[in-house]
Design a protein around this ligand. Structure first.
Ligand code: FAD
Ligand code: MLT
Ligand code: ZN
Length: 462
């Protein structure tokens, strides 16, 4: 370690674990996007809040940029360190700190993996309901920093709904204790909510007080085959009217092609163009009867062609794999990902316009559609053909994203529903947030991070 800045870091924080091997710089310097070449200065792995504060104070003294890092499962380049930044990994701060049965809260360190949070909540007979396929690798700090959504938003909302308190080391090294687990608090600005979704640009989340809730009554999983895009929202309405939905997700035949090639089992005899996977409360006979009624009604209307209901927990997991395995199954094609949202009521018209745009724009590329349709959130993944260069592929996709951003603007939608802006969508932030809002974002950043060292260049440029 020859860099004098790192020598001084260790002098100010002697027990800090630092990594500088080439393999570590590569591993910790990128996220799931794989679009930027990692080039961090070093990786700091603090073991305590005090060490995080010491690192941030050192960064200010030496004007070194800091990239907060969780599980690096992010899909927007938020955790990428490609410009000599110090990566501050929370991976050693991964423990539960306390459960309160009366408050029904769980205090955790920010580096705790989401799945470990689920398991700890379960030990107390409760659930932490935010959930998605990266659960084994993503961290609760990263979930908070991106306001992660996932497959149960329709029932429980986004991460934002489940945070009762946060400890954050702000950009100047000061420790902020935000909301302290209170349910009611009308005492001025709620900085906890400001931190949620701020993608590491205002400070570092070091601890979180999570709200827990009762597990749902037993649920069943149903996969439906649909003839067309147009009927998707009608099927959604029919099911939502009759059932307590825990999830309502959609995917296409192309997604099925990739996910089954990756080991998922296909439940139907024929291939169909569109699919829905839904999970619903089925504690009693009435729940099951309502599910069958919804299914039969949709069949009668010609909106559903086939369906299968899980009869065991193992089968439910198999059916979920058709949806949850998509991201991994297409990863080798370096997919260009759009993650957009509109109000549910605007979805039918938005889907029609977007489908026309996308099918015309990418005649030679495979486009895999899926997403949290019950939340108005579409994932459009364009797969890179092996014989097309990265630059050419990116150029074409960026061109189409500009057009998509115009459509979103007209529908009052969002260019990022749940993955965050990071680097990937920085150029499009202003398409769905006003100039006044972006100017305020810059101003807020200056207050929390006066030297502009917290994840600089992410979300917007200063
Ligand atoms: P990272 O990738 O490490 O970081 C993400 C951002 O948060 C970066 O800007 C980083 O700087 C910042 N950050 C990380 N930790 C902290 C901290 N302690 N303090 C301050 N800032 C911090 N996302 C969804 O919303 N819904 C999904 O359904 C979903 N499914 C996915 C499925 C797969 C298979 C994969 C690979 C990803 C999926 N994602 C999904 C995206 C990703 O998992 C989420 O964005 C997740 O919240 C990122 O957590 P992470 O710990 O990996 O964060
Ligand atoms: C999902 O819904 O599966 C995730 O957001 C991941 C992705 O979009 O690839
Ligand atoms: Zn998603």
């Amino acid at each position: 370690m020859t860099d004098p800045r790192l020598e001084s870091l260790l002098q100010s924080c002697p027990d800090l674990r630092l990594k500088t091997d080439a393999g570590d710089l590569e591993h910790y310097g990128r996220d799931w996007t794989r679009r930027w070449a990692p080039a961090p200065l070093a990786i700091a792995l603090p073991g305590s809040v005090e060490e995080v504060q010491a690192v941030v104070r050192w960064a200010n003294a030496h004007k070194v940029a800091v990239v907060p890092s969780g599980g690096r499962t992010g899909l927007s380049g938020g955790a990428v360190a490609a410009n000599g930044e110090l990566v501050l990994s929370l991976e050693r701060m991964n423990k539960p700190l306390g459960f309160d049965a009366v408050d029904r809260t769980l205090v955790v360190q920010a580096g705790m993996p989401l799945e470990a949070v689920h398991n700890t909540a379960k030990e107390h007979g409760l659930i932490y309901p935010v959930d998605f396929a990266a659960r084994g690798s993503c961290s609760i700090g990263g979930n908070i920093a991106t306001n992660a959504g996932g497959i149960r938003v329709i029932r429980y909302g986004n991460t934002r709904e489940w945070i009762a308190g946060l400890k954050v080391v702000a950009g100047n090294g000061e420790l902020l204790e935000l909301n302290k687990g209170l349910i009611k608090n009308s005492s001025g600005y709620d900085f906890r909510q400001l931190m949620i979704g701020s993608e590491g640009t205002l400070g570092i989340v070091v601890e979180a007080t999570l709200k827990l809730t009762d597990p749902p009554p037993s649920t069943n999983v149903m996969v439906l085959a649909l003839p067309s895009f147009e009927v998707l929202m009608q099927v959604f309405s029919a099911f939502r009217e009759r059932l307590q939905l825990e999830a309502f997700e959609f995917f296409t035949d192309l997604a099925v092609k990739h996910v089954t090639a990756h080991g998922a089992q296909y439940p139907f005899e024929q291939i169909h163009p569109y699919y829905v996977v839904t999970e619903y409360a089925s504690a009693d006979e009435a729940g099951e009867a309502a599910a069958l009624a919804a299914f039969e009604y949709c069949m009668e209307q010609g909106w559903v062609l086939d369906g299968v209901i899980s009869t065991s927990e193992a089968q439910a997991q198999q059916l979920w794999r058709l949806r949850e395995g998509i991201t991994e199954s297409v990863a080798r094609y370096k997919p260009y990902k759009n993650d957009v949202s509109v109000r549910i009521s605007a979805m039918p018209a938005f889907l029609a316009e977007t489908q026309a745009l996308i099918s015309g724009a990418y005649p030679h590329f495979e486009v895999v559609w899926f997403g949290h349709i019950g939340d108005g959130n579409l994932h459009i993944n364009v797969l890179k053909p092996d014989d097309t260069s990265d630059a050419e592929f990116l150029g074409q996709c960026e061109h189409v994203t500009k057009l998509l951003a115009q459509v979103l603007q007209r529908f009052d939608g969002s260019i990022s529903a749940e993955h965050g802006i990071g680097l990937v969508k920085k150029a499009y932030l202003a398409s769905t947030r006003s100039d006044a809002e972006v100017a305020l974002m810059r101003g807020v950043k200056r207050v929390f991070d006066p030297n502009g060292l917290m994840n600089p260049g992410k979300v917007f440029d200063l």
